[in-house]
Design a protein around this ligand. Structure first.
Ligand SMILES: Cc1cc2nc3c(=O)[nH]c(=O)nc-3n(C[C@H](O)[C@H](O)[C@H](O)COP(=O)(O)OP(=O)(O)OC[C@H]3O[C@@H](n4cnc5c(N)ncnc54)[C@H](O)[C@@H]3O)c2cc1C
Length: 393
C-alpha cells in the first residue's frame, strides 16, 4: 500500500486489518468530519485475487467501478430447466477487487494523516484509558477506537455442521466469441447430483471473457483440484471448450462463513469494535458482504462523527435472524436437495422479491409470502429444531 509509514505510536483510530472492511471503514472516515484524525491501518499486506459482486436498486458509492452489470439473471435448475429472469428494479454488479483496492488506496493517499503499517497483528489489549494493538513491529495506541477486521470469525472449517460458502473460480478468456453477456448465471444446478447445495456461478463480462466459480453452500470443504476439475468439465459440457480454447487469466478461491454472528451485539461506546467478516457483516444465507459492509461502515462512521452514542454496530433483527437460522438448518439437514430449495424459491416467487428478501429489505408480510412458497416438511422440521435449540440454550 502506498500510504506513509507510521510516524507516531499513538493514533485516534487504528484499523487492525486492512482488507475490504478495514479499508471501507477508513474510506468513510476520510470522507467524514473525522477525516483530520490520526488514522493507522495495520495489515500483513498479502492480497489475493478477489471479486466484489452485489445487487442494488438505488445508485451506491462504488457502482462506477463495476466492470459489468446485469439486469437479468439465469437460474438453471437440476431438472434441468432454465429461467431467465429480469430483476428490475435491481441490477447485479461485478467489481474487480484490484480496481476497488486501487481506488480506495488512491483516495486514502490524499490524506497525509492516514498511515499504513505492514505487520503481523499479535493482539489487542486495553491500556489505561485507551487501547493498543501489539504487532510484530511494536505496540501502537488508540485514544478513540480500534476497528478490528482481522480476528477470526467463529466458524470451524473442519466442522460439517458449520455451513460455509466454499468455492474456487477461474476467469477464462477464449480466443473467439463464446459467451452471451446479457445475463449472469447466478445458480446453475445442472451440476448438482447429491443433496449438498452445489452449483456453478458464471459471470460473462465480455463475449470472450467470463468468471466460472464452482460453489458449495455446505459444511465439507474439498481439495482445490476438485473445484478445478468441475470447472473444466463444465466448460467442455456447456461451452464445448477444451484446454486449448482458453487462457486461464485469474484464479480466486474462498471459504466464507454462513453462520449468524454468535457474539453479543456491540455498540459504539466500546473501544474495540469488530467489523467485516469477524463482526458478522456477512449475510449468513448468501455469503455476500460487500454491499452490507459499505452500508454498515457508512452508518458506523456517521454514528462516530455524531459523538458518543450507544448505537449498535449492526442492527439486531431477531425475526430476520430466525429466518436465516431456519434456512441454514434446511441446508445442513439435507432432507431436501439444496438445488430443490432454491428451485422452489425461484420458481414460486418474483425474483426481485427474493433479492429484496436476501438484502433484508422485505416487510414481514413479504417474508411470510416467501415462507409459504417453500417445501413444508423440511422447513417446519428445521424451524422446530431452531426453536428447540434456543430453548435448551
Ligand atoms: C475470493 C472471494 C470472493 C468474494 N466475492 C464476494 C462477492 O462477490 N460479493 C460479496 O459480497 N462478498 C464476496 N466475498 C466475501 C467478502 O466480501 C470478502 O471475504 C471480504 O474480503 C471480507 O472483508 P473483511 O475485511 O472482513 O476480510 P478481509 O478482506 O479478508 O480482510 C481481513 C484482513 O486482515 C488481515 N489480517 C488477518 N490476520 C492478520 C494478522 N494476524 N496480522 C495482520 N493482518 C491480518 C488480512 O491480511 C486481510 O487483509 C468474497 C470473498 C472471497 C475470498
Amino acid at each position: 500500500m502506498q500510504l506513509p509509514a507510521p510516524a507516531y505510536r499513538e493514533y485516534d483510530f487504528i484499523l487492525a486489518g486492512g482488507g475490504m472492511a478495514g479499508l471501507s471503514f477508513a474510506y468513510y472516515l476520510s470522507q467524514s468530519s473525522l477525516s483530520s484524525r490520526r488514522i493507522l491501518i495495520i495489515d500483513r499486506g498479502i492480497r489475493n485475487e478477489q471479486t466484489f459482486c452485489y445487487w442494488n436498486s438505488e445508485a451506491s458509492e462504488f457502482d462506477f467501478l463495476a466492470e459489468k452489470s446485469w439486469d437479468s439473471l439465469y437460474f438453471h435448475s437440476a431438472r434441468p430447466s432454465s429461467l431467465k429472469i429480469a430483476i428490475e428494479p435491481y441490477s447485479y454488479r461485478k467489481i474487480n477487487g484490484n480496481a476497488w483496492f486501487s481506488f480506495i488506496e488512491a483516495e486514502l493517499g490524499k490524506h497525509p494523516n492516514i498511515h499504513f503499517l505492514a505487520a503481523e497483528i499479535e493482539s489487542i489489549a486495553y491500556q489505561g484509558l485507551g487501547s493498543c494493538v501489539r504487532t510484530s513491529e511494536g505496540t501502537f495506541y488508540a485514544s478513540e477506537k480500534i476497528i478490528d477486521s482481522f480476528s477470526p470469525f467463529p466458524c470451524d472449517n473442519a466442522n460439517p455442521k458449520h455451513l460455509k460458502q466454499h468455492f474456487l473460480g477461474w476467469v477464462v478468456e477464449c480466443n473467439f466469441n463464446n459467451f452471451e453477456t446479457d445475463a449472469a448465471h447466478l445458480f446453475d444446478f445442472r451440476v448438482a447430483f447429491g443433496k449438498e447445495c452445489e452449483f456453478m456461478y458464471v459471470l460473462p463480462t465480455s463475449p470472450r471473457k467470463a468468471l466460472f466459480e464452482y460453489t458449495f453452500f455446505s459444511g465439507t470443504l474439498r481439495e482445490p483440484d476438485y473445484y478445478r476439475d468441475k470447472i473444466k468439465s463444465y466448460l467442455f459440457a456447456y461451452y464445448g471448450l477444451t484446454d486449448d480454447d482458453y487462457l486461464l487469466k485469474e484464479e480466486e478461491s474462498g471459504v466464507i462463513p454462513m453462520r449468524n454472528n454468535p457474539n453479543k451485539p456491540e455498540n459504539l461506546y466500546q473501544k474495540h469494535l469488530k467489523i467485516g467478516t469477524t463482526g458478522g457483516f456477512v449475510k449468513s444465507t448468501t455469503g455476500y458482504s460487500f454491499y452490507r459492509t459499505q452500508k454498515f461502515c457508512r452508518d458506523l462512521v456517521a454514528g462516530l462523527a455524531n459523538g458518543p452514542s450507544s448505537s449498535l454496530v449492526i442492527p439486531v433483527k431477531p425475526w430476520k435472524i430466525w429466518l436465516d437460522e431456519v434456512f441454514l438448518q434446511v441446508l445442513i439437514d439435507q432432507k431436501i436437495a439444496g438445488s430443490k430449495v432454491f428451485e422452489t424459491l425461484f420458481y414460486n416467487n418474483k425474483p426481485a422479491l427474493l433479492l429484496k428478501f436476501l438484502q433484508e429489505e422485505t416487510s414481514w408480510k413479504e417474508d411470510l409470502r416467501l415462507m409459504w412458497s417453500v417445501p413444508t416438511f423440511p422447513f417446519v422440521r428445521a424451524a422446530l429444531k431452531t426453536i428447540y435449540r434456543s430453548i435448551i440454550n
